[in-house]
Design a protein. Structure first.
Length: 330
């Protein structure tokens, strides 16, 4: 991710401030907030506090941490399953029958079931004194669709970016499935800007132990370089389309936010499309021209980096493809 000082300056001149929501905040602090911190406020949630890393705000930019489970319907408390890995804790019960086919099944072992305070995403906005959300990250282990679908249209209409981690398998009882989630995002005029797969080997814990014994504890290395791995989880970055912004009568400032989100993700070509639309629909051509120069400069930089001779690129690609086999033989 990246954002230039010139872009930050121009956004500050227009009093642009982004509201970010991190739902499922276990682990390191969110990289998006690290980059956009000068122009952002952060709302973060996670009832599992075992792996929450501290995030500090400033006087101008707030960080509001809500230690409640985000749910789709109004309720005071909800059962929360604390699993062996904090990253697998959920308001849904793990489906151990389906998980037994995977080597990571033990991550989902329930260590404790607790009742935790609950809140809807819409209620949290009032609690944090925020009017909307610009960028949301969802990693709620099986409830992503229902949380997004519960948003009022006025909140969904202002959403610009949605980072979602979705499993291709129902690792939890009654978990949401990817097709429903994708259909929802298309309905609200989003497009997939980035997609990152997570690969795993379909192997039971017993077989994993057998290989670990045979190869002296190096079963993880075997899994990583196996030719027969499958995608079990996908990370998506959905971005609002220009057509969706026009349909919802976005202001100049909202288009500036949309540009900022795309620019920070390196989607420079679509940034030019956004700037062209802003040029046609609004009169602030000076700001548009400055941002256009920044965007073209970023594209120029990328083009220069890509000028590696073809034979070198081909050699690097070939070495990467051979690496798993070489490591396996060793």
């Amino acid at each position: 991710m990246q954002i230039t000082k010139s872009v930050i300056k121009k956004l500050t001149e227009h009093n642009i401030s982004l509201i970010l929501a991190d739902i499922g905040a276990s682990g390191d602090s969110w990289s998006v907030f690290k980059v956009l911190k000068p122009i952002s406020n952060l709302l973060r949630f996670d009832p599992d506090l075992r792996d929450i890393r501290e995030v500090k705000g400033t006087n101008e930019h707030r960080v509001v941490t809500i230690n409640r489970a985000v749910v789709e319907q109004d309720c005071d408390e909800v059962e929360f399953y604390l699993t062996k890995s904090p990253y697998c804790s959920s308001t849904l019960k793990p489906d151990h029958e389906k998980l037994k086919s995977f080597a990571y099944a033990d991550w989902f072992e329930v260590e404790k079931v607790v009742s935790v305070p609950a809140i809807t995403l819409n209620q949290s906005l009032s609690l944090g004194n925020f009017s909307h959300i610009d960028w949301i990250k969802l990693d709620t282990q099986g409830t992503e669709f229902r949380i997004l679908d519960s948003l009022p249209d006025k909140v969904f209409d202002q959403l610009l970016v949605c980072d979602i981690e979705a499993s291709l398998y129902q690792h939890y009882l009654g978990a949401d499935i990817l097709p429903s989630l994708h259909d929802l995002m298309l309905k609200h005029d989003f497009w997939i800007a980035q997609m990152r797969p997570h690969w795993n080997t379909r192997i039971s814990s017993n077989t994993s132990c057998e290989l670990s014994s045979r190869y002296q504890g190096q079963d993880r290395k075997i899994f990583e370089y196996s030719k027969h791995r499958e995608v079990t989880t996908l990370e998506f970055c959905y971005l609002r389309t220009i057509e969706g912004a026009k349909k919802r009568n976005y202001t100049f400032e909202q288009f500036l936010k949309l540009f900022t989100c795309h620019f920070s993700l390196g989607v420079f070509e679509y940034c030019l499309e956004i700037l062209n639309e802003m040029d046609q629909s609004f009169s602030n051509s000076k700001t548009v021209e400055i941002l256009r120069k920044e965007t073209l400069a970023a594209i120029d930089k990328r083009v220069e980096k890509s000028k590696t001779p073809y034979y070198i690129s081909a050699l690097i690609f070939r070495l990467k493809s051979l690496l798993p086999n070489l490591l396996w033989q060793n």
